[in-house]
Design a protein around this ligand. Sequence first.
Ligand code: FE2
Length: 376
Amino acid sequence: MSTLIEPILPNTIAADFLPLQGTDYVEFYVGNAKQAAHFYKTAFGFQSLAYAGPETGIKDKVSYVICQNKLTFVLTTPLRGDNEIADHIYKHGDGVKVLALKVDDATNAWQETTKRGAKSYLAPTTLKDADGEVVLSGIHTYGETVHVFVERNNYKGFFMPGFRKWESNYNPTSTGLLYVDHCVGNVGWYQMNPWVKFYEEVMGFKNILSFDDNDISTEYSALMSKVMSNGNGFVKFPINEPAEGKKKSQVEEYLDFYNGEGVQHVAIATADIVSTVTELQKRGIEFLNIPTSYYETVLERVGKIDEDIAPLQKLGILIDRDEEGYLLQIFSKPLQDRPTLFFEIIQRKGAKSFGKGNFKALFEALEREQDARGNL
Ligand code: FE2
């Protein structure tokens, strides 16, 4: 059974040893950053922001920075084979390497987390140019994923030192994506609780929701999940682990193809999911197919909503309600050939939860895809 464990109280914020202002950027290691940047611009409506590579003095890699409202993605590829980025792509395929978090003091964030047991990824480092300075530091989390703390209060440039502005003549319109709502990690068997403990002890997060295999199971497969949130609720990291079922669970399929633990999905907020998803579908983004039967009973479960049901059904948007309101959500198919990372598009209308009422329909849809790949 799922339980709302405890509300986040104002005094928790005061005691927060790791105050976070939200997600700063998400960095993907990809096989071809030039093409990935074109894909994210074209299909998702990102704009060109910054570039780093040989022309800016970086010899071994290229990074394109793209943005849309408060959402910033960095797409990085290696220029040669023998390095950590190339190894990462060989092992995991395209995927998320960095979940970067905005802080007022990156040195303090690194000190507070490493003294509580975090493994350092990057000791505090100051980058300077004519626009000011950015301080970066970083720690390891599950798999080969890392958190980079970004302190940019004294920086007036467009991204950070080392990058030049990326001017492009190709500027597709926005699809209305706003910011990162949450990022979900898939971890190995029996690894959920150790990672929950890591986020509690090392980063001062709280477990705000838990789902067990009775909440999240279908006829065939199951998973367990705990949602971790920082003090002000700006950063939320649900952690999934597989659970025993008759067949292979979606988390196991991910772990197989990603060759280990990593980011399963990035959930992105929109203020108008119908227009966002209409536009994304028009631009070729594929979403999980939801059976018509879902829509026959959904309003009995969630009650009255502002939207017409017909466009939601046509697009395959799911609906759920909690004590505080409702939410609309939809899940893309994997964004690369490996069945690993995907996106969720979410519009919250008061609800602060994660769509528990949709888990069954969602996981059955995922299993149909998994079965079609021969991995169920
Ligand atoms: Fe999600």
